[in-house]
Design a protein around this ligand. Sequence first.
Ligand code: NI
Length: 242
Amino acid sequence: MLKNRLKISDLHLPEFKEKTKRRTLLVFILILIIICLFTIVWNRGMSGETVVTGNDCYENRIAITFDDGPRKSTTSALLDGLKERNVKATFFMMGENVAKNEELVKRAFDEGHLIGNHTYTHVQLCSLSTDKAYDEIVKTNEEIKKVTGVCPKYIRPPYGSYSNKLLMKINMIPVLWTVDPKDWNTTDSAQIVKSVVENVHCGDIILLHDIYPSSVAAALEIIDQLKAKGFVFVTVDQIILD
Ligand code: NI
């Protein structure tokens, strides 16, 4: 019996090997197709997610923001440079500087820049009573509204200091930053440029101060270099979600 069985198996062995080879090849091709399909679907899903979120990495957007101004000489030069480059920026202005430079504020607004609040006298909001902090903010909003006709919606609290209780009361959106070259600490424009250009990613909010000539020079160079890399400058309302 055993002898017979062995003989039968031997007879069919080449055919059996051929079938196994074909099956293995088929399974291998099927696995490849499944991997390819999975990769395509996964990639589509990922890019779809980026577009839907819209606030992180959409169309290479970044925002450049300027605090503590406006100041006649430096902010004028900055506005000239932004106009030449067709770039819209965000300015967080101090109320006392708005009162002294109304024409400059009007120009920034008319040229399409977003104007936000940076308190009246650059106070650390958490160190004040809620009433005093509220006054600092409301007075600044009134100065800006007097010039532009629009009440600011966004606030950058000096030193990033604020309380949720105060925010509830003023009903404004706080805007912090993600790239800080500490431009107030140096007059070396090249150092400011390097610090920003080497660390920036899409969706970032760059913090600069338009009251220093070195910061204005750096800002324009940053814009030129990042535009050449494909970044698109927008105002902060186009980066953060309302
Ligand atoms: Ni400031």
